[in-house]
Design a binder for this molecule. Structure first.
Ligand code: K1U
Ligand code: ZN
Length: 173
């Protein structure tokens, strides 16, 4: 397993609508394993394939945060939201592609998601709480959307400028 570098906004690959996965190949299995390792190393609670430069509809997540609790790694291929609650939740989101920047995003509090597992089987599950926020944030990545797209234009512009500066500094180091 390999920790892959995480792309930093702005990057055209983070604005791209990704392609569905047509079969569960060894390459996809390796991608899922690498993405989980990269997410835990960051650390984060989710990661989508475009964040590691792969333009395929794959995401990983594990929103178990309690100290000492068993981890719950999930790999979702071609995920689709098939139902969303009327009730909404506001969460101060972050993003591994936009380090140290946060913003409040309102999303449906509960969603039902269908996806293909690494076992090749179709899965359907309801998510709530942080899991619901995270799976929606990650599916947005697969559609080229970032949490800052929900913020006011001025705030989004400020964050983008900070990230451009960060990238320049990292390139010089
Ligand atoms: O997709 C990503 O960039 C990962 C992102 C997921 C996410 C965070 C918050 C709300 C929705 C989705 C992160 O994991 S940011 C890091 C983070 O939230 C975290 C890191 C360590 C412990 C707990 C949370
Ligand atoms: Zn993100």
């Amino acid at each position: 397993m390999t920790i892959r570098p995480i792309l930093i906004h702005p990057d055209p690959r983070l604005k791209t609508v990704t392609d569905p996965v047509s079969d569960i190949s060894d390459e996809i299995r390796a991608l899922g394993a690498d993405m989980l390792e990269t997410m835990y190393d960051a650390p984060g609670i989710g990661l989508a394939a475009p964040q590691v430069g792969v333009l395929s509809r794959v995401l990983v997540m594990d929103c178990v945060k309690e100290e000492g609790a068993a981890p719950r790694p999930m790999v979702l291929i071609n995920p689709q939201i098939i139902a969303s609650s009327e009730e909404t939740n506001v969460y101060e989101e972050g993003c591994l592609s936009i380090p140290e920047q946060y913003g409040e995003v309102t999303r449906p509090a509960e969603v039902e998601v269908r996806w293909l597992g690494l076992d090749g089987k179709e899965h359907t599950q309801g998510f709530d709480g942080l899991w619901a926020t995270c799976v929606q944030h990650e599916i947005d990545h697969l559609d080229g959307k970032l949490f800052i797209d929900y913020l006011k234009p001025l705030r989004r512009q400020m964050i983008t400028r900070k990230m451009q500066k960060l990238k320049r500094e990292r390139a010089r180091a």
